[in-house]
Design a protein around this ligand. Structure first.
Ligand SMILES: Cc1cc2nc3c(=O)[nH]c(=O)nc-3n(C[C@H](O)[C@H](O)[C@H](O)COP(=O)(O)OP(=O)(O)OC[C@H]3O[C@@H](n4cnc5c(N)ncnc54)[C@H](O)[C@@H]3O)c2cc1C
Length: 378
């Protein structure tokens, strides 16, 4: 095993908190990664894989287990069965934003609006990363996985990963274990070859996010630059010189509630009805048709709310801090919990708990954390 001297996770996570593991392994090739994990699983050792550490709140206590740093890199260009498209097979440890930059400079469309998301490509499907109306589920073809249950590598289509709003079967949600404990080794995306000129933006959500009307055509490079500038204004691009970015991005998920519940909120509360999936046509073979047709789903679609708005309206504006705490809300975005200088994981958790309590008593909604929490409780 390519073992290295363990360092505190505070040095490897973007929230800059976390104790030191007993052992640390740096896997630079897929073979090293697979062998390391298979050994750990045979020995039933506590383990954690780490990419860029940008979606993790790790507790202050030292960890009696092994942290495996995924440092595999590389991109392979493959043909696609779809005309005008190519596939990219990317190693799990490859920087996500470097991948996005490369696709933009190669004139390949599909992930440009997700510019500036920190972390690794292998972690991107874990919570179905998304931004400005684009999600990885739209371009993800398949992943190569190493399953803990079998110790085997397999190729799994995106449709088997349960990708949803900041979720998948691979994510450890707060208070639960992943439905499918596994480690992603490679990610294959299918991207459209659109070149460097201006092209219309087909997605209505992306047009809305970028304030574009239906007829305006823009280049992939314009989308990337615009997204990066917007994110930087909100403290959502990592910057060593700016403690507003010492965060895990959005700390709470935007809650999804029923249309009836949303109607009870103040009219100015931002809300986005979740577009209902087009119902599949029901095909029943004639010899099995007994006269019964299952009913179509009825009612209004659920509604997504703004967690940032709920937090601010519960009396915690941007920049909010508890007295004597070194953790606080970003001064640029109420949804980012930030480490304002040597905060402990417990200080971040205390702030998160207070936010949950206040929002719940004000609006009756329990905000759920978006990052993975290990060794720390809300
Ligand atoms: C400033 C900032 C802005 C952000 N903006 C966004 C945004 O716009 N949209 C968005 O969706 N997210 C955003 N995030 C969250 C985060 O960047 C993404 O979730 C990212 O994909 C995490 O990658 P990582 O390599 O840092 O994961 P890590 O934090 O290293 O790991 C996160 C979890 O995934 C597991 N994991 C990591 N790699 C693998 C693998 N190969 N196989 C299996 N499990 C793995 C880890 O064990 C851990 O449980 C933001 C974070 C920050 C700090």
């Amino acid at each position: 095993m390519p073992e290295i001297t363990p360092v505190p996770l505070a040095a490897l996570t973007t929230l800059r908190v976390g104790g030191t593991p007993r052992r640390m392994v740096e896997a630079r090739t897929t073979d090293e990664l697979v062998e390391t994990l298979q050994e750990l699983w045979l020995d039933r050792e506590p383990w954690l894989v780490l990419g860029g550490g940008s979606n993790l709140l790790f507790g202050d206590d030292d960890f009696e287990g092994t942290v495996v740093l995924i440092r595999t890199t590389g991109i392979e260009r493959l043909p696609s069965p779809r005309e005008g498209h190519v596939r990219l097979k990317v190693q799990a440890g490859h920087s996500w934003d470097e991948l996005v930059a490369l696709t933009v400079s190669a004139g390949l469309a599909g992930i440009e609006a997700m510019s500036g998301i920190p972390g690794t490509t292998g972690a991107a499907p874990i919570q179905n990363v998304g931004a400005y109306g684009q999600e990885i589920v739209e371009t993800l073809v398949e992943v190569e996985l190493l399953d803990e249950a079998t110790g085997e590598v397999s190729t799994v289509p995106a449709s088997d990963l349960g990708l949803g709003l900041r979720t998948s079967v691979l994510k450890q949600h707060y208070g639960s274990v992943p439905e499918r404990p596994a480690v992603i080794l490679t990610v294959t995306l299918e991207l459209a070859q659109v070149g460097h000129g201006d092209v219309p933006v087909r997605s209505a959500q992306l047009r809305q996010a970028l304030s574009l009307d239906e007829d305006t055509a823009v280049s992939l490079a314009w989308i990337r630059e615009t997204v990066l500038a917007t994110r930087a204004r909100k403290g959502m691009v990592l910057n060593d010189a700016d403690s507003d970015t010492y965060s895990a991005g959005s700390f709470f998920q935007n809650p999804v509630v029923s249309a009836e519940f949303a109607a009870t909120l103040p009219p100015e509360a931002p809300r986005w009805p979740m577009l209902p999936a087009e119902p599949d046509d029901i095909v029943i073979p004639l010899d099995r048709f007994d006269g019964y047709l299952p009913p179509r789903p009825q009612g209004l679609p659920p509604v997504k709310l703004s967690a940032a708005w709920l937090i601010e309206q519960s009396g915690m504006p941007k920049g909010f801090r508890l007295p004597r705490s070194r953790a606080g809300l970003s001064t640029k975005h109420a949804l980012a919990l930030t480490n304002r200088g040597s905060a402990s994981a417990e200080e971040v958790a205390a702030l998160a708990r207070l936010i949950q309590q206040r929002v719940q008593s004000e609006f009756g909604i329990l905000l759920q954390p978006e990052p993975v929490l290990r060794g720390v409780e809300l």
